[in-house]
Design a protein around this ligand. Structure first.
Ligand SMILES: NC(=O)c1ccc[n+]([C@@H]2O[C@H](COP(=O)([O-])OP(=O)(O)OC[C@H]3O[C@@H](n4cnc5c(N)ncnc54)[C@H](O)[C@@H]3O)[C@@H](O)[C@H]2O)c1
Length: 374
């Protein structure tokens, strides 16, 4: 490393590469900690346009060139989910620390391989989404552990795919930074609402309740084609999945990832017990208090590195997760957004699909350290 500021390589200058990474990391307040060393994207002209617009030192079309750049100490993967495993392995083998946008991989075995390879090579990993960095989830865990809800019977979380990836502003223009095609979100591997959206609620749920023990599910494809800018694209991965999780001791959770309709607030599971409930950010119908709560500040922006201008910007949670890696590399501060937690959520999704295919409830075998170690 040339200085104590981390040289970051941005892999994929798409929607999140732009909105969660480049727009935040080009601001002056972070330059002493992290500098935009390189960006790569295979779409002709996209990396170059991103480098010019956001002041990135070098632009490449290929990942290999970016990984060979000695100014790159760490990478953030903002490429389609189905590429994360291969690209992550390449980056680890090149000795680069990594931030994975969710999800880190699509299978448990791939996640284990990355974790072990990184450990063997002294490479640090932060895996999004860092839901347990958000104060409400830590507070909810504390309340439940202290018995505020009595004996918890069940919880629910999930998300609906809707159509927002087609409608994002960065996908409606005619230049390489604004014509970003979202069709991969509807294809295997890595497509569908579970890996992309339900993953937030699953991280919150398991971060609060701890690892789950079993999963069963039903799953299918409801919408077989999707439209983007007047063209039809195939949608051949499941877009309608309902799962039931068993946390042991008769505590269950209902988890959904679907193309329409939502029961719970985004990323905020509901919990029901003998003495009360937490629904979204309400405890027994009253606003939940949590450390750092401020009038007018969304909990999405109440994060350790999200200050000043970053509080007014979108996708601040992705910026936060990247800064978690930056701190981890610079001063050894480990993050709550661990690859082991990500692997457990990936196992739930993978095993959920297997349960739906086979009609058999699937055991879950992976675990992770909870934020308070209890
Ligand atoms: N869009 C969102 O709202 C959002 C929010 C948070 C996290 N994420 C996550 O960010 C990641 C990317 O999602 P997105 O919405 O930005 O997708 P996107 O399709 O908008 O962008 C992906 C970019 O990766 C590029 N790419 C394709 N193959 C590549 C390769 N081999 N090497 C490098 N780049 C390659 C594409 O050309 C494109 O520019 C996913 O993991 C997603 O789950 C997305």
């Amino acid at each position: 490393m040339s200085s104590n500021s981390i040289g970051l390589g941005v892999v994929g200058a798409g929607s999140i590469g732009i909105r969660g990474c480049l727009e935040h990391l080009c601001l002056p307040d972070v330059q002493d900690k992290v500098r935009l060393a390189a960006v790569c994207d295979p779409v002709p002209g996209r990396a170059q346009a991103a480098a010019e617009k956001y002041g990135v030192a070098r632009a490449y079309e290929g990942l290999e060139e970016l990984l060979a750049d000695p100014n790159v100490d760490a990478v953030t993967l903002g490429s389609p989910i189905g590429l994360h495993y291969e690209q992550g392995l390449q980056a680890i083998r090149a000795g680069k620390h990594i931030h994975f946008n969710k999800t880190m991989t699509t299978t448990t075995d791939e996640a284990t391989e990355l974790i072990e390879e990184a450990r063997a090579r002294g490479v640090k990993i932060v895996a999004s989404p860092g839901q347990m960095l958000q104060a409400p989830h830590r507070e909810i865990r504390r309340l439940i552990q202290e018995g505020a809800l009595g004996r918890v019977a069940w919880a629910a979380t999930g998300a609906a795919f809707g159509s927002y990836h087609e409608k994002e502003g960065v996908r409606q223009g005619d230049d390489p930074l604004s014509n970003i095609n979202p069709a991969w979100y509807w294809r295997k591997p890595g497509g569908g609402p579970l890996y992309d959206m339900t993953v937030y609620g699953l991280h919150s749920l398991t971060g609060v309740l701890g690892p789950a023990k079993r999963v069963t599910a039903m799953s299918g494809i409801g919408i077989k084609e999707r439209e983007y800018r007047g063209e039809m694209y195939p949608s051949d991965c499941d877009d309608n999945t309902l799962m039931v999780l068993d946390f042991g001791d008769a505590l269950f959770a209902f988890v959904y990832g679907t193309f329409a309709g939502t029961l719970t607030e985004f990323g905020l599971p509901s919990y029901y017990g003998t003495k009360g409930s937490i629904v979204g950010l309400k405890l027994n119908g009253e606003p939940l208090d949590y450390p750092g709560k401020e009038e007018g500040l969304s909990h999405f922006h109440l994060l350790p590195h999200v200050m000043g201008q970053h509080r007014k910007m979108g996708e601040a949670h992705v910026f936060e997760d990247i800064m978690q890696l930056v701190d981890f590399v610079r001063d050894g501060t480990p993050s709550a957004a661990t690859p082991e937690h990500a692997r457990h959520v990936i196992e739930i999704i993978e095993a959920g699909y297997r349960a739906a295919e086979t009609g058999q409830t699937q055991p879950l075998t992976t675990t992770f350290a909870t934020v308070d170690g209890k």
